[in-house]
Design a protein around this ligand. Structure first.
Ligand code: C2E
Ligand code: CA
Ligand code: CA
Length: 546
């Protein structure tokens, strides 16, 4: 891979080669003429002299191999071979065994040099290879890409990422995580065929170099399809099915940039955009993308910072029974308070966190903190208070999520039957298998399930009947103009009616006016939550209401 490209390296190697040949000639001359060198009242005999010259030659050859283990080894082998051949010829012509030590010396030198060169080659190979997958690494990718660009070739750099790798790694452990990376590498290489090459980047990222033949989208989609096929992992004798989701960002050369570093940066920007647009998305680099990506990266940085330094805190919005304005409980809502005063609202950061693995940490943080804050208070309260906590679709779709919640319940001594988990309908479409199992397990210990934001998605009232929920939360958008729109009132009426049929209570959120309250009361809505009766409150204020 490494080519001696520095001019002085080449010149140096030529000088070394000439020196070695001179040494070979000198050895033979000293030997032939039986030269002796006077040293004080002593003399250095010819065989000692030959030994000294050969040692120098050996040192030179090691030096040559260290400069370049391919060419350097070739040069040294040539010089020592000349020495061996000349030694043999000399021995035959002059019928002498005096040349044998020189030949043995040369043979041993060759052996040692080959060992050194092989070791150097191995180390170099390793420095260009990813140890887990055996693919070339980013360093190799960059030099190949730069070489292609220098040849005025065109093509595409694809930044390819496994979205859900962290979840797989955490569920299975690193040993299995490595196996997954290896399997994905194989799938990519197979689907890629002769369209280009694949390298392994950090973490769960791969870099593809596509040549300019054919449509890159087609190739990437083919790869995504292959990577997304069912992955069966056997752990502890049990087969578990995994489905890998990925995203890809593309930067083309020479159109987008003319050097490897910039192309990789641009394809990374495109990949971040693709990742945020959702599973299986492909984005092409565009200078405008960089702004959106920069904002998302900034938000991600703030989320990480807040998780590490405890800049998140919780507020609690009261929910009331509509009939008599009796406190039902609180919805837990997360807030950011960082010391630099630049705080981002949950409307923005939750959406961004949901597109990354950060949402798992947020889910756990909120569950833990809310249950710590309210555990003993709710347990010892005279009133029957529910604590409602939002959990992402991703979190609920994770294997053994119910165990995590159960662990927190035990740790915080929270009464399970006073806990309500808010899910959105996306929870029922993502990883349905795990979601259903988690819901079942949580319901078994008395946890209630609420369906949040009802009316904003695709769930029909009929589908609703099949979901295992205890509370239906009507989204704010549906009640916004309930006073003026008969159509909206009719719709709310049927939602409440259907909710009751399916043995489910109904709450309206985002209620802001007394008029809305009156309409909802008419239609027998059970509970309300909204600014009209209470904004999200600081913990200390909420606790006082219990
Ligand atoms: P959401 O779950 O639908 O929460 C209700 C949002 O409506 C909250 O916004 C709340 O402050 C706001 N709201 C409540 N009553 C009214 C009202 O009368 N009028 C108006 N205009 N707004 C009202 P917030 O706290 O900004 O949260 C926005 C979204 O962020 C939440 O929507 C939820 O999807 C997400 N979120 C907030 N906290 C968490 C959390 O702890 N975990 C997760 N996974 N998501 C959260
Ligand atoms: Ca909610
Ligand atoms: Ca909501």
């Amino acid at each position: 891979m490494y080519k001696i490209n520095k001019k002085y390296d080449k010149v140096f190697l030529i000088i070394l080669f000439i020196s070695m040949i001179i040494f070979v000639g000198a050895t033979m001359l000293v030997n032939r003429l039986q030269l002796v060198v006077p040293l004080g009242n002593q003399v250095i005999r010819s065989d000692t002299l030959c030994g000294i010259i050969q040692s120098f030659m050996f040192l030179l050859s090691i030096f040559t191999v260290l400069i370049d283990h391919n060419i350097g080894l070739g040069i040294s082998l040539a010089a020592f071979s000349v020495q061996v051949i000349m030694g043999i010829i000399n021995g035959i012509i002059h019928r002498t065994t005096g040349v044998i030590p020189g030949i043995i010396n040369a043979a041993v030198s060759i052996f040692v040099l080959v060992l050194i060169a092989r070791q150097l080659a191995k180390r170099e190979r390793e420095s260009y290879t990813d140890t887990i997958t055996g693919l070339m690494n980013r360093r190799a990718f960059e030099s190949i890409l730069n070489w292609r660009i220098s040849r005025r070739q065109s093509g595409h750099v694809v930044y390819f990422i496994i979205n859900n790798f962290r979840m797989i790694n955490e569920n299975l452990g690193h040993r299995y995580g490595d196996l997954v990376l290896k399997e994905v590498a194989g799938r990519i290489a197979k689907a890629l065929g002769d369209r280009g090459m694949v390298c392994k980047n950090d973490g769960a990222e791969y870099l593809l170099l596509l040549n300019d033949k054919g449509n890159p989208i087609e190739t990437i989609e083919r790869i995504m399809k292959a990577v997304g096929e069912k992955l069966v992992i056997t752990k502890d004798g049990i087969d578990v099915n995994y489905f890998i989701t990925c995203a890809a960002g593309v930067a083309s050369f020479p159109k987008d940039a003319n050097d490897a570093a910039t192309l990789l940066k641009h394809s990374d920007v495109a990949m971040v955009d693709a990742k945020h647009r959702g599973e299986g998305k492909i984005s092409f680099y565009d200078s405008k993308l960089a702004d959106g990506v920069a904002r998302r990266q900034e938000v991600e940085r703030k989320i990480k910072d807040s998780l590490e330094n405890d800049y998140f805190y919780l507020v609690y919005q009261p929910q009331y029974k509509l009939e008599e304005k009796k406190l039902r409980g609180f919805e837990t809502l997360i807030r950011m308070k960082s010391p630099d005063g630049v705080n981002i609202g949950p409307g923005e950061f939750i959406e961004i966190a949901e597109k990354t693995e950060l949402i798992y940490q947020i889910d756990q943080y909120v569950l833990k903190r809310a249950m710590w804050e309210f555990g003993s208070i709710i347990k010892n309260a005279d009133k029957d208070i529910l604590l409602s906590i939002n959990v992402s679709a991703k979190g609920m779709g994770t294997a053994k999520f119910a165990d995590v919640v159960k662990g927190i319940i035990a740790e915080t001594d929270f009464p399970a039957e006073h806990l309500e988990i808010e899910l959105t309908e996306y929870s029922f479409s993502e990883s349905a298998e795990h979601t259903e199992e988690n819901i079942k397990q949580l319901k078994d210990i008395g946890v209630k399930i609420a369906l949040d934001d009802f009316g904003t998605g695709y769930t029909s009232l009929v589908q609703l009947l099949k979901l295992p929920i205890d509370l239906l939360k009507i989204d704010k958008s549906l009640i916004d103009n309930i006073e003026s729109s008969q159509q909206n009132r009719d719709f709310i009426d049927s939602v409440i009616y259907m909710g009751h049929i399916m043995d489910c209570e109904v709450i309206s959120e985002g209620v802001e006016t007394d008029e809305q309250l009156a309409v909802l009361k008419d239609h027998k809505c059970d509970f309300v939550q909204g600014y009209v009766w209470g904004k999200p409150l600081a913990y200390e204020v909420a606790v006082d209401m219990v």
